[in-house]
Write a protein that binds this ligand. Sequence first.
Ligand code: KIV
Ligand code: ZN
Length: 515
Amino acid sequence: MDNKQVIIFDTTLRDGEQALQQSLTSKQKLQIALCLEQLGVDVIEAGFPISSPEDLNSVREIALNVKNSTICGLSRALDKDIEACYEAFKGIDHYRIHTFIATSDIHVKDKLKKDFDDIVNMAVHAVKKARSYTDDVEFSCEDAGRTPIDHLCRMVENAISAGATTINIPDTVGYTLPYEFGGIIKTLFNRVPNIDKAVISVHCHNDLGMATANSLSAVLEGARQIECTVNGLGERAGNTSLEEVVMTMKLREEYMHGVYTKIVSENIARASQVVSGITNEPVPSHKAIVGSNAFAHSSGIHQDGVLKNKSTYEILTPQSVGFKENNMHMTARSGRHMIKAVLEKLGYREGSYNLDDVYARFLKLADRKGQVFDYDLEALLFFSHQDELDTQFELDNLSVLSGGKNIIPTATVRLKIGKRTRTDSGTGNGPVDAVFNCISRLTGIKLNLDNFQISAKGSGMNAQGQVDVDVIYEGRHYHGKGLSTDVIESSALALISACNSIYRAKLINEKQDKN
Ligand code: KIV
Ligand code: ZN
């Protein structure tokens, strides 16, 4: 390894998992670990083996199945913890034991109720014990960000002398500022005589939103391992987000002194979606690099700029992190250029429609609907009256039986279909599935559900559940939205709205075929 490579140590399965309401199953953890391996992560912290027999087995399972990343287990500076790590890794060729103890005054005195001298002795003992099992030992000074610098230097020197090959400096409570945290790393390099015998690592939390900046500041001062998680998952406000540090080092290489990582950046989007899906932790739409809005353009000025040259408002290409393409949201803020460009992409040449007329009606529709999709725009070309954009399918009545041990979820749905009314009843895996099955039979539209998302709108007694569905029908994507105080009703409304868009697209196809 040359001195420009920054090791990416992923702790999604340990620090990230600590933040979840429910722990992950071994199978889910293995799925994430295999995805991290494909991402090119150097070290995967797979768990904390002493915490439970399931965790120990899951660390072992991951170590047995992952071939291209080093697997690491966490332990306090206690014999039984280190032995549990050894148990998890028995027979494995190469693995890392990561042992830690707190070093800040508040943790040493109030949490551990010890003297700093005792802490140093415990750390040295733990590192030596871990080294008796493996030659890859990491030692962390928990709460290093708030540890008096003399204590920190002394601890680091002793841990390295005892055999630690990686020294991790965590900003456990996300308290420091970038200049300050970088300064701590700089001081360690200046004052610890044996510092060149270990890789210096950082582990930052995001309590003040500084985790990415602090980690990069440390790299500029010589740190060569960053501990991070996919989507920034982690205790409280989370950990340093893997995608942010990796893409910053890649994009701003010249300012980052030419450092690099071995991450396959094109696999980032997939890793983000896998982690979010398995952990049930949605990625905020505005999240840097992986949020759904990270490559979306909404304002007319921005859309116009991006149509002329993507780099006007895009510093990274969506493809560089594995997304297919940027997203132009058509809203009331979109300009005529944008509408023209979308129609062109759909195959409508300028001159075959009246842009002034379509744009005026697009604005009215955008005011009413919020976001307009390509098929809505196409419908504007084919239907001259706004009313014709309205519904073919309308929910007239919905009742659902669910819950309880021996009850099979059953739904009855009555739809207005054009001028008629039809009813269907049936079962499903759950209440929403039962409702969807009925709607599919009533509309005659068999679609694939690509994405289903529930979000709360408003709070307290007035809260409503919004359901957004993305569906695929004959290779084209459609979106539907439903809002109600009852999420099952929201789900039905969302699917019906997608069916209405599909119905209109089918009418357009028929009209096109006739012409
Ligand atoms: O935040 C922290 O200090 C930790 C250590 C166990 C590394 O997670
Ligand atoms: Zn942590």
